[in-house]
Design a protein around this ligand. Structure first.
Ligand code: HEM
Length: 543
């Protein structure tokens, strides 16, 4: 019936019909905009696309730069419009309610129920983007229990040493031979190597399986190939690349509407590619989980299992588990986890644990090169602890003593935050930042702006690791958001600090690492997280 009506329309009538619909939409859009609750300053939005034109055309989709601009232009509290309206908060007082670390805090969701995440198949799964509170609590409990156990810490330190030895093996062949140094060819992209290192590290400690990301990178740079079979190397590279693509791309499924993703070629192509990518990751993880279940089943009960997270998750609440019967929020959840639940958790461990750590070390290297006094103090600390021994494995005891090294990691993370903006969404009406907000309001917490605010930090523009060493120093409440805050605070923070501090100590204990070009600006990719694009360094043995 409706179709027949359209068949009778002349092209002119059709265009008139279309423009009427469009006009009604635009009028309704701006009516809603101009009559919104608590209007705040912010960039002017456009129908269908909100502030996407400013985000993509002015700032090339660079999150950090966009929010820097927003803060400078519109102040401590302002608003942006993407798929929905979001209030941007840049003061600690404003975020207190959102980041209260108490189970009474009901504001623990990151995004509204999101058809984009559902389309990606990650809604209600894992931890990072899980909106389903019961399933999130359950998953997070298992994840934290596994990651905080002493055997996991030992495993992390052990693999830091082993993979560092592997890394050195490649560097020895490629960059550290005398003639190479003489010819000034001892140059390497530090960021790339560190990405490959952290990929191999996180895959090993999460799944217990070896990946060969560093080996693959070595193979691309050297005529001599690594000792690992090419097919295995290629295979692990595909997984690592897919995980990175997902990490840098998933935010589009939150920010860009379903209409644009399905019908506008620029967005559709990106969306289709990401969907195919996530299917590939799921298949690969399912294979790994099946294989491990099999191994566990074939291992006699009196024989030990491996200390990776996957094994802990598969055996949780089975006869293999020493802590049988977990409770979550007082509720006993004494069933083993399903493969889909395990996949969601491991997936999020990868996403949370690779780029974040690799980028932080790359940024540390950049800041050390530009702050020789800090580098000197770091080396003094390292030499004091290792007493000139440049080869013995690092231990947990060393990690505990490397306080200045830890201070450097924190200071670099303050001045160059990996997650410059993160979100919370309220399911119940509440008063936040002095305004009453209805349920369904989205907030973006501008960690970057808080890290540079004079009210919380003395000389905030100064890179000064010593501020963390002052007797009794504690950053002001909620003013240091390297790992986020509240109930959704990063559960991988202990592992991250172990990895970062140990690796920095191993690197600077033995090597002199300088930038190839001290005047080159730091190459930063500002997606959902802030990544280091490339960091060209020169490396040689320390005298
Ligand atoms: C330097 C390293 C890291 C940084 C800077 C970092 C930062 C963050 C931040 C800012 C959040 C959001 C917190 C919030 O919303 O309040 C987060 C969440 C998360 N991180 Fe990390 N992270 C790091 C390392 C890791 C590692 C090594 C893992 C795991 C192996 C990990 C796993 C996660 C997970 C699963 C979440 C989601 C938590 C939830 O939603 O409940 N992260 N991280």
């Amino acid at each position: 019936m409706v179709l027949k009506l359209f068949e009778k329309l002349e092209i002119g009538d059709f265009l008139l019909f279309l423009s009427t619909i469009l006009t009604i939409y635009v009028v309704q859009y701006y009516y809603k905009y101009f009559t919104r609750v608590n209007p705040l300053p912010g960039p002017f939005p456009f129908p269908f696309v909100g502030n996407l034109p400013q985000y993509y055309l002015w700032f090339n989709g660079e999150n950090k730069k966009f929010y820097e601009y927003i803060y400078k232009k519109y102040g401590d509290i302002c608003e942006v419009q993407f798929n929905e309206r979001a209030i941007v908060l840049s003061r600690t007082e404003y975020i207190e309610k959102l980041l209260t670390p108490s189970t009474k805090n009901s504001h623990v969701v990151r995004f509204p129920d999101n058809e984009g995440l559902e389309e990606l198949g990650i809604e209600g799964k894992g931890i990072l983007l899980n909106q389903d509170l019961k399933s999130w609590k359950y998953n997070r409990q298992f994840f934290s229990q596994a990651i905080l156990s002493p055997k996991f810490t030992n495993e992390a330190i052990d693999w830091t040493n082993k993979l560092f030895n592997e890394l050195e093996g490649y560097w020895n062949k490629l960059f550290l031979k005398e003639e190479i140094i003489k010819e000034n060819k001892n140059k390497l992209d530090f960021a790339a190597w560190l990405h490959h290192y952290t990929n191999d590290m996180i895959i090993k400690i999460l799944t217990g399986e070896r990946s060969y990301s560093m080996a693959a990178y070595f193979d691309t740079l050297s005529d001599e190939k690594s000792d690992h079979p090419l097919a295995i190397v290629d295979d692990s590279v595909k997984l690592v690349q897919a995980l990175r693509k997902h990490l840098l791309g998933f935010i589009m499924f939150v920010n860009v509407s379903s209409f644009l993703r399905h019908y506008v070629p620029f967005f559709k192509n990106k969306a289709d590619d990401l969907l195919q990518n996530v299917r590939f990751i799921n298949n690969r993880l399912d294979e790994i989980i099946k294989r491990r279940r099999q191994t566990i089943e074939n291992t006699p009960l009196n024989e030990p299992l491996t200390n990776d997270m996957l094994t802990s998750l598969i055996t949780a609440n089975t006869s293999r588990d020493v802590n049988h019967t977990k409770t979550v929020g007082g509720e006993a959840l004494n069933r083993p986890m399903t493969d889909t639940e395990i996949r969601g958790i491991i997936f999020d461990g990868f996403l949370g644990g690779t780029d974040t750590t690799a980028n932080t070390i790359s940024f540390v290297t950049y800041y050390l090169a530009h702050n020789q006094d800090v580098k000197k103090k770091l080396i003094e600390e390292i030499d004091r602890i290792f007493q000139g021994d440049k080869t013995r494995p690092i231990t947990e005891n060393d990690f505990q003593k490397l306080k200045y090294c830890e201070a450097i990691v924190k200071e670099v993370s303050r001045v160059l935050t990996i997650a410059p903006v993160f979100t919370r969404y309220i399911n119940k009406p509440d008063e936040i930042a002095g305004y009453k907000w209805p349920a369904g309001t989205m907030f973006r917490i501008n960690a970057d702006a808080i890290h540079y605010n004079k009210d919380y930090w003395e000389d905030p523009d100064k890179f000064n690791p010593d501020r963390w060493m002052a007797e009794g120093f504690e950053s002001k409440k909620l003013s240091f958001l390297m790992f986020g805050g509240g109930l959704r605070l990063c559960p991988g923070r202990k592992l991250a600090m172990i990895e970062l501090v140990c690796l920095i100590a191993l690197l600077y204990r033995k090597y002199e690492i300088d930038l190839v070009d001290m005047n080159a600006p730091l190459k930063v990719i500002n997606g959902g997280v802030t990544a280091c694009g490339e960091l060209l360094t020169k490396i040689k043995h320390r005298k």
